[in-house]
Ligand binder design. Structure first.
Ligand code: GLC
Ligand code: GLC
Length: 658
């Protein structure tokens, strides 16, 4: 694999500075007696999760004793400094630990500038969000990024400052407070795998500070990088091939730096306890600014081991469990959403499996549900979907729930294993290639229109970019002036929204998908974006469209907006959709229709999703056999007509039968 091209050398006069004493943790404020008690109780609750893990990870490190003292001091200081309203929230959520699994939770994900101009602009959009039924927002990267191309904000140069283009830390706190007043939880990104090369640690490392060089993964020559490359994958093979970058200016004679993603994103060395400490302090800092959910970015890549893909190594889970414990001690209401876009079995490990059960991520993206939605939509067959969901996923998770989604800011990678494909008699490579062609829009008869992302001829991998609506057929239908095709696209979109609302977890609606926003092809004219087709589905919010949709527009935007609002309202009213309720997929007796069963003590909910453009009939007896007790569709809020013992499901129909 080729290495990343080495960037123009910056400062040739690299002087070996005295190993910088990393930033001092302030001495802990004295805790009031009640706070001291709470801290001690929470520490006792989480000691195994925290010290049990760090002993194993860092116990042999010469600075380990000092590390433990400094981490304890950092947690105490953060708890002492935690604002009273957040302390109260910690207590409330300790008393109601299922708060985030409740059917009233619904998320919305957006870029601050593209949605509202800047942070303060969000304050004017709160009615829009509340009207839709949103109780959770994910502000896409908002910490200070490097200048220029910053990978959509995921190349962060200062974790304690807000991106000046969006506002100040004071603005951020004001938004957090306003959201809290409305009962909306706030999620922000925390990139754990890498910093921008402009981050202070990286700048000092580059100038020769040994202590800071030890915070990254640096090599004097390319012997080890070459050895690692043998088993690594490339995340951005087109723009950033290889996983290492050579910097000739790093003292003494140039160094190779581990850069999994882009050249400007330097991987952190999590084997160094100093990295753990610094990031833990950042976490606590953000928590005290009013963040409810930390989206821990690119966590799979945090630990490196020769001879492996360096993804999802066991130490990753130990680190994440310990980080989770840090929050449980000092800001107990804060949740961790772990971003690991990996295959089905591997993804589950981020909820904590085996010894870590229930002790790691509270939320993880249900990447397989997303991939299988698109796969079943293309094939009009739910067989593979049912196989994957039934084989790999348990009915229930401990202390956790899924983040369910159809689209996000990233590309879609076809995470369908060869084994799963073979179980259905498909070839993995052929099925994945079919899906790429279908959603790129080149497969004959496809309804979709998208773009390829990071096509990799070496592996045959072709990922896909595109908006929900365009991938679901609306763009092509409108171009052809085909009203019937546009209607089908609207139904596909609403079926997807209903699926993520009914399946179990927090449904995350990606900005614009509630008004059927189409692909934004103008990204090709923006120099910092043109190389990255993910900007195809990161449009500026079209407020004319959104206002019309809210105002009774009868076109696709209005139908989708009202449909989503209705789905979320019906969801809120249905106790059986609580995230803690077991979920299983079942045989509907028709491969075109997915049956999802929520075995709730308050009454079983049998959900049907028709992945085809034709009417399908499902035997009423089968639904009764799955646990339905009446033919009442709670989603439509109407009785289900039964003719000759059969329930007729319309094209792309969805039903939540109780
Ligand atoms: C995550 C983000 C993605 C970014 C990558 C590197 O996967 O979702 O947008 O490119 O991390 O930070
Ligand atoms: C993420 C994922 C990958 C995604 C990429 C950026 O970490 O692993 O699937 O495509 O980063 O888009």
């Amino acid at each position: 694999m080729p290495a990343k091209r080495s960037p123009a050398s910056a400062s040739p006069k690299a002087t070996a500075e005295t190993p910088a004493a990393p930033r001092k943790t302030p001495a802990p404020k004295a805790l009031a007696p009640a706070d001291r008690d709470i801290f001690d109780l929470r520490m006792a609750r989480s000691a195994d999760d925290l010290w049990g893990m760090t002993d194993r990870l860092y116990g042999a490190h010469p600075n380990y004793t000092a590390f433990r003292e400094r981490l304890t001091a950092a947690m105490q200081s953060a708890w002492a400094a935690r604002p009273a309203d957040l302390k109260r929230q910690d207590l409330a959520r300790d008393l109601e630990p299922d708060w985030f699994q409740r059917p009233g939770m619904a998320g919305y994900v957006f870029y601050i500038d593209r949605f509202a101009g800047n942070l303060r602009g969000i304050l004017d959009k709160l009615d829009y969000l509340t009207d839709l039924g949103i109780t959770y927002v994910h502000l896409m990267p908002c910490l200070k990024p490097r200048p220029g191309n910053s990978d959509g904000g995921y190349s962060v140069m200062d974790y304690r400052a807000i991106n000046p283009a969006f506002g100040t830390m004071e603005d951020f706190e004001e938004v957090a407070t306003a959201l809290r007043a409305r009962g909306i939880s706030l999620c922000v990104d925390l990139v754990l795998n890498h910093t921008a090369k402009e981050h202070d640690w990286a700048v000092k490392a580059r100038k020769g500070s040994a202590a800071h060089q030890d915070m990254y993964l640096m090599f004097d020559d390319n012997t080890l990088p070459k050895a690692y490359e043998r088993t690594l994958v490339e995340v951005f093979p087109n723009d950033a091939p290889g996983n290492f970058t050579f910097y000739p200016d790093i003292a003494p004679a140039g160094k190779w730096v581990w850069t999994t993603f882009n050249e400007h994103q330097w991987d952190l060395n999590w084997a160094n306890p100093q990295v753990f400490l610094e990031i833990a302090e950042v976490m606590l800092f953000l928590a005290n600014k009013g963040v409810d959910v930390l989206r821990l970015d690119a966590v799979a890549f945090m630990w490196k081991r020769m001879g492996t893909r360096c993804q999802s190594e066991p130490e990753v889970h130990m680190i994440l469990r310990a980080l989770r414990a840090v929050c449980r001690v000092a800001c107990a209401s804060v949740l961790h959403l772990e971003e690991a876009i990996v295959g089905p079995a591997e993804m589950l490990s981020y909820f904590g499996r085996g010894e870590h059960d229930g002790r790691e991520g509270n939320l993880c993206y249900h990447n397989s549900l997303m991939v299988q939605f698109w796969s079943a939509l293309a094939t009009r067959d739910t067989g593979l979907m049912r196989h994957v969901l039934a084989t790999h996923f348990p009915a229930q998770l401990t202390n956790a729930t899924y983040a369910t989604y159809i689209r996000c800011h990233d590309d879609i990678g076809w995470a369908v294993t060869d084994e799963d494909a073979a179980a259905l008699g498909f070839s993995g490579p052929l099925h994945r290639a079919f899906l790429s062609d279908f959603y790129h829009g080149t497969f004959p008869g496809t309804f979709a229109k998208g773009a390829l992302f990071q096509e990799n001829p070496a592996t045959g991998d072709k990922r896909i970019s595109g908006s929900f609506a365009s991938l679901a057929g609306l763009e092509r239908a409108e171009e052809a002036g085909d009203a019937g095709a546009a209607d089908l696209a609207v139904e596909r979109i609403l079926m997807g929204h209903a699926l993520i609302a009914g399946f179990g977890g927090i449904p995350l609606i990606y900005m614009g998908d509630e008004v059927a926003a189409l692909n934004d092809w103008t990204y090709r004219d923006v120099p910092d974006h043109a190389h990255d087709s993910r900007w195809l589905h990161r449009p500026r919010m079209d407020w004319r469209r959104a206002d019309a949709a809210r105002g009774g527009d009868t076109g696709p935007a209005g139908r989708v907006f009202r449909g989503v609002r209705h789905i979320l309202a019906r969801r809120r009213a249905l106790a059986g959709l609580h995230g803690g309720v077991p979920v299983r997929v079942a045989d509907a007796g028709d491969a075109g229709v997915l049956a999802v069963v929520r075995d709730a003590p308050t009454g079983v909910v049998v959900q049907l999703y028709n992945f085809t453009e034709s009417w399908r009939s499902i035997a009423g007896n089968r639904l009764l056999g799955l646990g339905a007790r009446a033919f009442r569709d709670e989603l439509a809020d109407a009785d289900v007509p039964v003719h000759g013992g059969q329930v007729a499901v319309p094209p792309y129909g969805r039903m939540w039968i109780v």
